[in-house]
Design a protein around this ligand. Structure first.
Ligand code: FAD
Length: 500
């Protein structure tokens, strides 16, 4: 590569919520470090982090039924729900710190209070929900959860869903008023604005094409300037690959052993958006149902009030779909190009194992508008076709790897931070629970890649995120204190709901 690369302390690849979060954390922990970011598009937060490309749920397991499973003995396992809720609390504390420190402003642009509800039909599901409620409502993190199977109460909570519901089948819902709708696109843009005004060089329309080790153990990044077509080289002692769906191919280029035997499987998302303001006005919650048998966990149907472009909207979905692209703005060859000699067996094994999923996704792509309306009508019996339009959301690239439990080519639904043994490079693969847990995941990157600074940084981390290293579920008093200060900082007073 070139003899004249530009040198920097940290390179962030991609301007999504993950790079934004890592950059903002590092700016506070090591203010003198030079940080340079490269983004192939012309703005921050245009891929999965964009408000139209994800569901905007502040995932805290208040309503997502797939985070609580029923055990063999019929009891409910809440461990995953508690873990995800604790992780979301870290993000909320970090955002509060940024607002209180005047580093970002107007939290209502990116986070709004919104009840989170679970809604089920049929006796078996109602029994499950009742047990889930009994298990969670005792837990301090799920304080305030209500349950009802009384139609009159449900009409109060979800009038749009109850209107025109004639069947006698049992139905029930839970509701937690302290849920949130998060505009991750607006948040990402705010964080990148903050970084840019604090000497972070953010290069838009710059695509990273290659990453190679230098002889002195640093990394040299080859960047294509998409405007003038020139190639630039930049070196750094630490690189974060935050390319979303683009991360796998960049990781593969590093050649680190940790990049081997890993593959990706893209699952695309689509939402139906309501274009009738009268219908939009009748709903005020995120209402999650149960996934259909055989459907992947990320396609749990939900009917969501959203705040996008300072306007209240109503979205239903996601419908899963299949496209071989790894980014919405990616190439049809992404999937094929991700197959390398070292992951060929893993990918082939996954291909055989995941035939039913592929078939399901292709069927989802082929759904006619009327078929999609039928799914909406399971939530809104009176929904009219002319009130709903289709919007294409983002791509999620699920990790495929060989695991002890699942064998060769096992599809993973979580996120994974992959780092080199010396901690000089980290990449984030996978997409769930996603943006909500950005602070938790980026703290993991910091712990893995900068262990030598942790002792020095810990007081600052605790100033930004008071519950860092502490279990909130085991310290309910601390949780109450932190929750109250978050509500104040992020302006999440539930009374606001009445006026929205
Ligand atoms: C349908 C759907 C629904 C979702 N719902 C939720 C939800 O409700 N709640 C939640 O918390 N999460 C949700 N998620 C997940 C969440 O959106 C993602 O986890 C999160 O946005 C990922 O952020 P990121 O920064 O890793 O990636 P991205 O936001 O995708 O950013 C990656 C950036 O890297 C850039 N890039 C890629 N390759 C290169 C390159 N070679 N050179 C330069 N730049 C590059 C891209 O252009 C992009 O801007 C959802 C995702 C989808 C798809």
């Amino acid at each position: 590569m070139s003899n004249m690369p530009k040198e920097t302390d940290v390179i962030l690849i991609g301007a999504g919520v993950m790079s934004a979060t890592l950059g903002s954390l590092l700016k506070e922990l090591a203010p003198n470090w030079d940080i340079t970011a490269f983004e192939k598009l012309d703005k921050a937060g245009e891929e999965s982090s964009n408000e139209w490309n994800n569901a905007g749920t502040g995932h805290s397991a208040l309503c997502e039924l797939n985070y609580t499973s029923e055990k063999q003995d019929g009891s409910i396992d809440i461990s995953k729900a508690v873990k995800i809720n604790e992780q979301f609390q870290l993000s909320r504390q970090f955002w509060s710190y940024l607002v209180n420190s005047n580093l970002i402003h107007n939290p209502q642009d990116f986070i709004m209070p919104l009840p989170h509800m679970s809604f089920v039909r049929g006796e078996k599901n109602v029994t499950f929900l009742k047990k889930r409620f009994a298990a969670l409502s005792k837990n301090p993190l799920f304080h305030g959860m209500e349950f009802s199977d009384a139609p009159e109460k449900l009409k109060e909570w979800i009038p749009l869903i109850m209107e025109g519901r004639t069947s006698n089948e049992p139905i029930a819902a839970t509701k937690v008023d302290s849920g949130t709708d998060v505009n991750f696109g607006a948040l990402t843009r705010k964080l990148f604005d903050h970084l840019e005004s604090n000497n972070v060089e953010v290069n838009y329309k710059h695509s990273v094409e290659d990453i190679q080790r230098t002889s002195d153990g640093k990394w040299e990044v080859k960047v294509h300037d998409n405007v003038n077509g020139k190639i630039e080289y930049h070196t750094s002692r630490f690189v974060f690959v935050g390319g979303g769906g683009g991360s796998l191919s960049l990781l593969q280029k590093t050649g680190i052993p940790e990049s081997k035997h890993v593959g990706g499987f893209p699952v695309s998302g689509q939402f139906m958006v309501c274009n009738n303001p009268e219908v939009v006005a009748q709903h005020q919650a995120k209402v999650y149902g149960k996934a259909k048998v055989g459907a992947p966990p990320m396609s749990v149907p939900h009917l969501d009030t959203r705040y996008i472009e300072n306007k209240k909207s109503l979205l239903f979905g996601p419908f899963a779909g299949f496209s071989p692209k790894f980014l919405k703005t990616g190439s049809m060859l992404d999937l094929v190009n991700s197959v390398k000699p070292n992951n060929l067996v893993t990918m082939l094994a996954a291909g055989t194992k995941e035939m039913p999923l592929t078939k399901y996704l292709i069927e989802q792509v082929m759904l006619s508008k009327e078929k999609r309306m039928e799914e909406i009508r399971e939530f809104i019996p009176n929904a009219k076709s002319e009130d709903w339009d289709l919007v294409v959301a983002g791509q999620r690239v699920q990790i495929i790897k060989d695991t002890e439990g699942g064998g060769k080519g096992t599809l993973q639904f979580g996120t994974e931070v992959i780092t080199s043994t010396d901690g000089s490079i980290a990449a984030l693969l996978g997409a769930s629970p996603g943006a909500s847990t950005a602070a938790h995941v980026m703290l993991e990157v910091i712990e893995k890649c900068f262990p030598q600074y942790l002792k020095e940084w810990e007081p600052k981390i605790k100033e930004m995120i008071p519950s860092y290293g502490v279990s909130l579920v085991e310290n309910p008093e601390l949780f109450r204190e932190i929750h109250a200060s978050i509500v104040e900082a992020l302006d999440l007073n539930e009374k606001k709901l009445a006026h929205s």
